[in-house]
Design a protein around this ligand. Structure first.
Ligand code: ADP
Length: 156
């Protein structure tokens, strides 16, 4: 199924000059970028976005970290994009992530792990709406689609 998912490229990747590297990995995979912007995050949006972590002792440091530079937010589209992107990103702890994944190749940390990616279709819908207005998401024909997928994959 054609899905959308939200990516946040975190301040460690901004500081380490990894924006192009990370955007390029998603592009090369065949995912379509339909939204892309730099933004500063405020406490309120972080408390909503990481609501499952608000009671954790490390929540304060996550908030400070996520506010330490602007981040880059992206909406990616593709067949089964939510799961496909989580595989490309790898598990939370960078030093335990498989080589080949973004976290496995680029991060040693649990906290400074380069990217956020939505973990379910339901969360992806809520997260895309949290970070992007309707007119910041673009609809356009991408000419490589017929080579990224077979016809039957596109008609599912
Ligand atoms: P994921 O980003 O892989 O979906 P979580 O939703 O569990 O993982 O956590 C969100 C983010 O909070 C992580 O990506 C990481 O930046 C931070 N985080 C999670 N667990 C810890 C921890 N034990 N210590 C510090 N930061 C953490």
């Amino acid at each position: 199924m054609m899905e959308r998912t939200l990516i946040l490229i975190k301040p460690d990747a901004v500081q380490r000059s990894l924006l192009g590297e990370i955007v390029g990995r998603f592009e090369r995979k065949g995912l379509k970028i339909i939204g892309l912007k730099m933004m500063e995050l405020q406490d309120a949006v972080l408390e909503e976005h990481y609501s499952h972590l608000v009671s954790k002792p490390f929540f304060g440091t996550i908030k400070d970290f996520m506010k330490s530079t602007p981040i880059v937010a992206m909406v990616l589209e593709g067949v089964d994009a939510v799961d496909a992107v989580r595989i490309i990103v790898g598990p939370t702890k960078g030093r335990a992530a498989d080589a080949g994944s973004i976290r496995g190749d680029l991060s040693m940390s649990i906290q400074t792990n380069c990217v956020h990616a939505s973990d379910s279709i339901e969360n992806a819908k809520a997260e895309v709406a949290r970070f992007f207005k309707d007119d910041e998401i673009f609809s356009y024909q991408k000419v490589d689609l017929a080579f990224v997928y077979s016809d039957d994959e596109l008609s599912q």
